[in-house]
Write a protein that binds this ligand. Structure first.
Ligand code: PLP
Length: 409
């Protein structure tokens, strides 16, 4: 992409361009952080008002049956299944990604007697590693880390489960899900994929890859809102054998029998724990419905094109200004965000945010920009790169106000 005119021409030809109006985005800002917190769909505002006033306020407790609240985890899970190549009854919305990681990792280790190792890579998203450490401690297992280039060689007969994030949260590098799954299964290991940066961003086909287990966030590309409930996937063939370590009443075979003894529910339902968060589920359903209405192949192609355009324009316009690309160049091997390293990454990002370009910073030196195809356009790409160039050439980032660290980066 060589000019603003070219960017505008690409936007004019974009079949998804009308989707931007479906979001309540602040005017005058370029929002490049949908990989961290998706934007607010306009329909969500009305949906939540209806759920709060009508279902909660007026119908009260009757809404568990009348409004289908009790079915919401499976219903919304069934919709997310369409985005990740799963069958409807293999996906459930529940808890947070961290809690779902705990449930599935522990279930996987328990289901693999004689195998005590959880294998992952250093630099995986912190919660994945921390939860794996917790599961290892709880079950007397071991967390082994191997660099991604050597992950297949690190698989041996001790590995119960391989835990990987499909699209890396910093670099956006994407694993070949089918190839890694095949290699792990050949060694007798299960694979748990974290799809937090994949679902709604790149084409995912869990069943085609013969995947075992997966988890993912609701608040990123699914636009489910801050702290949205997460999802989990358990392949049909594993559902009868795996048991959730969090054996709460909602995962019981007959929760409303109120018996004293736990008996796991049928199929995926056993991975519920407690009462589902209905307001969060309602918001998430709106976000997912919006995505399901879009032309998904066009959406994924646009995500790749936006990222490629940003890389090209930044490398061209900001050459020699201290930025190093930290994301694969090849579109098919990355997710829908782009990272650049700069030793002054934090103040530069604060200066960008002050100028209305909203990305984020990941320690120690990553400037991260998410390209969410439903509401980001090529003109945004051009303008964001121009503002970045201006901040770097003028040194505007070197203001004391931009150096102070906030709690959330
Ligand atoms: C790969 C990955 N896993 C998990 C999470 C977050 O999990 P939770 O929603 O439990 O905080 C994130 C959040 O950014 C993530 O990037």
């Amino acid at each position: 992409m060589k000019s603003l005119d070219e960017a505008r021409a690409l936007d004019a030809a974009d079949p998804l361009r009308t989707y931007r109006d479906a979001f309540d985005l602040p005017a005058g800002e370029i929002y490049l952080d949908g990989n961290s917190l998706g934007a607010l769909p306009r329909a969500t505002v009305a949906r939540l008002a209806g759920t709060v006033r009508g279902e909660w306020g007026r119908d009260l407790i009757r809404s568990w049956n009348k409004a289908g609240w009790i079915d919401a985890p499976a219903r919304v899970g069934g919709k997310i299944a369409q985005l990740i190549g799963a069958q409807a009854h293999e996906v459930l919305v529940a808890d947070s990604t961290s809690v779902n990681l705990f449930k599935l990792l522990a279930a996987a280790v328990k289901a693999q007697p004689g195998r005590r190792v959880i294998l992952s890579e250093p630099g995986n998203f912190p919660t994945d590693l921390y939860v794996a450490q917790g599961v290892a401690e709880t079950l007397g297992a071991e967390l082994r880390l191997a660099p991604r280039e050597a992950i297949v060689e690190a698989l041996d007969e001790d590995v119960a489960v391989l835990l990987l994030t499909h699209v890396h949260y910093q670099s956006a590098a994407m694993f070949d899900m089918a190839a890694i799954t095949r290699a792990a299964q050949a060694k007798g290991a299960l694979v748990l994929w974290d799809l937090s940066h994949s679902a709604g961003a790149v084409a995912v086909d869990l069943n085609a890859a013969n995947a075992d287990l997966a988890v993912g966030c609701g608040y990123k590309y699914l636009n489910g809102g801050p702290g949205a409930p997460a999802f989990l996937f358990v392949a049909e063939r594993h559902q009868a054998a795996l048991r959730s370590p969090l054996s709460g009443w909602m995962g019981h075979a007959a929760p409303f029998d109120f018996g004293d003894d736990y008996a796991p529910g049928e199929g995926i339902s056993r991975f519920l724990c407690g009462t589902p968060p209905i307001l969060g589920l309602a918001a998430l359903e709106e976000g997912v419905d919006l995505l399901l209405g879009a032309d998904l192949p066009a959406l994924y192609a646009k995500g790749q094109a936006l990222c490629s355009a940003f890389i090209d324009v930044v490398e061209d316009r900001c050459a020699g200004l201290g930025l190093t690309l930290a994301t694969p160049r090849e579109g098919a091997t990355r997710g829908s965000h782009v990272s650049f390293r700069h030793e002054q990454g934090w103040p530069i990002m604060q200066a960008l945010i002050a100028r209305g370009v909203i990305g984020d910073f990941r320690a120690p030196d990553i400037l991260r920009f998410g390209f969410t195809p439903l509401y980001v356009g090529f003109e945004d790409v051009w303008n964001a790169a121009e503002i970045l160039r201006d901040i770097l050439t003028t040194g505007a980032w070197d203001d004391p106000a931009f150096h102070a660290r906030a709690a959330v980066t």
